[in-house]
Design a protein around this ligand. Structure first.
Ligand code: MRU
Length: 339
């Protein structure tokens, strides 16, 4: 499976997802600013993967610094702020920053080299854990299906969005391995086309049968009784099951409910934000207007038209049949904090 991120001799190497599927191009990030830039510009994207990238970025900040003691702490604080400000919606980013902070704080009083090694070790652990968590999500999710299914998904919640294997696409991979996958419907996912560019490419690489549709075709495909289940990833899940994911997910959930099709969210437990009781509290990123005005750099409209470009929406928990996590399948009332 293709590597999305790794450490190589004093630098973090990332797969540039903006270049896919035209070319497989890796970028060598020599300092943490390059990783912050990569997250902001979607060279690295997907909730779990931006958490992993921030973890490596924080390790890199210390690795490349010549500071010690309080100057090192100042630099670490700045790097942490830069990553925290890179993208607001996916909670995995903040989860990874918190986990790295715990290690940094434990290292107080040690020399820079030892701290850098501990941080790098933690980032490696976060990456490895992510892959095995996704395999568990996949295997647990696949048990839901005992016969051939046709699955609709949106965006890319695959190996490309994670350390490897994927969440929603991880479940799809495991169903395929069990021989129970008929085919995947991939919604193209305007404006940035993660479905068309990334999901189709990723599934094709593994010879998983996939059909591409534009987002506006989903209702018609469902009405023809050609979808058995919708499975999507998540950027943040509130305690009541409200789920932030790529813009268009909420629409799919409404359509699925109308057509009586189960709607599953596949995500690691680190995507659940126990500080948020409802999806109303989830910050929704708004991105550059040219993402809507253009397709791959070419204007498709009047260049100065007013635009609204939220990158995510929130699907109400009542439309979510269940959340597939590495610890099991969680159904309403979802994540209780009072037990
Ligand atoms: O803007 P993106 O491409 O980072 O959005 C990604 C998604 O919405 C994914 O579905 C989500 O992060 C889950 S990835 C396992």
């Amino acid at each position: 499976m293709i590597a999305t991120i790794y450490w190589d001799k004093n630098a973090v190497i990332i797969l540039d997802q903006n270049e896919l599927p035209a070319q497989i191009k890796y970028i060598r990030c020599e300092d943490y600013h390059a990783l912050v830039h990569a997250i902001k510009t979607l060279q690295v994207r997907g909730a779990p993967l931006i958490g992993v990238a921030a973890a490596y970025g924080l390790a890199l900040a210390v690795w490349k610094s010549s500071q010690e003691n309080s100057a090192l702490e100042d630099l670490y604080n700045l790097a942490e702020q830069d990553f925290a400000a890179s993208r607001p919606t996916a909670v995995n980013l903040f989860w990874a920053i918190r986990r790295m902070r715990g290690v940094f704080d434990q290292c107080k009083g040690q020399d820079r080299d030892s701290i850098a090694r501990r941080l790098l070790n933690e980032a490696d652990k976060i990456l490895a854990e992510d892959v095995s968590i996704n395999q568990s999500i996949g295997d647990i999710g696949a048990h839901l299906f005992k016969e051939k299914v046709r699955i609709m998904t949106i965006c890319n919640a695959g190996a490309l969005a994670t350390g490897g294997y994927g969440t929603a696409l991880g479940v799809i991979r495991s169903i395929h391995q069990n021989g129970n996958l008929q085919q995947v419907w991939a919604c193209e996912t305007r404006p940035v086309l993660q479905g068309a560019r990334l999901t189709v490419w990723e599934l094709s690489q593994d010879q998983i049968p996939v059909t591409l549709i534009t987002d506006s075709m989903a209702a018609y495909v469902m009405s023809r009784d050609e979808v058995d289940v919708v499975i999507v990833g998540a950027d943040r899940i509130a305690v009541n099951g409200d789920t932030a994911n790529k813009i268009g997910t909420y629409g799919l959930a409404v359509l699925a409910a109308y057509h009586k099709i189960p709607f599953y969210v596949a995500a690691p437990m680190s995507t659940v934000d126990f500080s948020m009781n409802s999806g109303k509290m989830i910050p929704i990123e708004e991105r550059h207007h040219d993402e809507v005005r253009q397709i791959r750099g070419t204007y498709i409209t009047v260049p100065e038209v007013k635009v609204f470009n939220p990158a995510f929406d929130v699907t109400p928990g009542e439309l979510v049949s269940a959340v597939i996590t590495e610890t099991g399948i969680i159904r309403p009332p979802f994540f209780r904090t009072d037990i």
